[in-house]
Design a protein around this ligand. Structure first.
Ligand code: KIV
Ligand code: NA
Length: 263
């Protein structure tokens, strides 16, 4: 099949075709997910939790993400490959560029960074230099110590207004995509309607342009407590292949996320 590109994702959003994204950390799973038809693979810093056993994403290094990105790139053929920029690697536009180059050279086609309006200058700096950027708002796990835990965000009017203006600033600065994590469904819809770029939800309601889950969560492998937005797609299936296909089908036909996965 045809390679998924940044313009192709925008066209999917415009056509109302939901974007199915999964995290991935190694070559064999990349080949499997790609074969099943996943649109986007994310080498998430969630690898700190699911691969390394840490209780946050803060210990993950640039070398860790570069290593896993190279592994995933070798197994992938057509999905768009996004790499997370780890905690502390994008504090200034120049640092962000230098570090993003390493991830692009490892095989990433886009990098993801967590934060609001303060990152607009960085998004502009990267996109001017041919590095596509995915932004990430709402529950941003690298900010866990400021947020005081892994909690739903954007619940007050002020927080919701702030998130909406952050989203617009990041789009204006050149972001190609926006992940929205753990926010009320109504806010997920408002942000999606306000933007032209695709929004990708994880606990952000059914109206986002696409959905993402951590692979260990959607396969029921992660031993930790299960977040409300997680669905185990292995239930009722007899292979990982079938579970991944069931996830993609459920995203595309809008049966996932259901009300029980939303805030
Ligand atoms: O690291 C990750 O897996 C992520 C997704 C949950 C969006 O950032
Ligand atoms: Na992440």
């Amino acid at each position: 099949s045809k390679a998924v590109t940044v313009p192709a994702l925008l066209a999917m959003r415009q056509a109302g075709e939901k974007i199915a994204m999964l995290t991935c950390y190694d070559s064999s799973f990349a080949a499997l997910m790609d074969r099943c038809g996943v649109d986007v693979l994310l080498v998430g810093d969630s690898l700190g939790n699911v691969c390394q056993g840490h209780s946050s994403t803060l210990p993950v290094t640039l070398a860790d993400i570069a290593y896993h990105t190279a592994c995933v790139a070798r197994g992938n053929q057509t999905a768009l490959l996004i790499a997370d920029m780890p905690f502390g690697t994008y504090a200034t536009p120049q640092a962000a560029f230098d570090n993003a180059v390493r991830l692009m050279q490892a095989g990433a086609q886009m990098v993801k960074i967590e934060g609001g309006e303060w990152l607009s200058e960085t998004v502009r700096f990267l996109t001017d230099r041919a590095i596509p950027v995915c932004a990430h708002l709402g529950l941003t796990p690298q900010s866990v110590h400021q947020l005081g835990g892994f909690k739903v965000q954007g619940k007050t009017t002020e927080a919701a207004d702030r998130l909406k203006s952050d989203a617009l600033s990041l789009q204006v600065a050149g972001a190609s995509m926006l992940v929205l994590e753990a926010i009320p469904s109504a806010l997920g819809k408002e942000v999606t309607d306000k933007l032209t770029i695709p929004t990708i939800g994880i606990g952000a309601g059914p109206d986002c342009a696409g959905q993402v889950l951590v692979m260990h969560d959607m396969l029921g492998v992660f031993p930790g407590r299960k977040a409300r937005f997680v669905k185990n797609f292995m239930e009722g299936e007899t292979s990982i292949d079938a579970a991944v296909r069931a996830y993609i089908r459920a995203v595309k036909d809008k049966s996932f996320p259901g009300p029980e996965h939303c805030f």
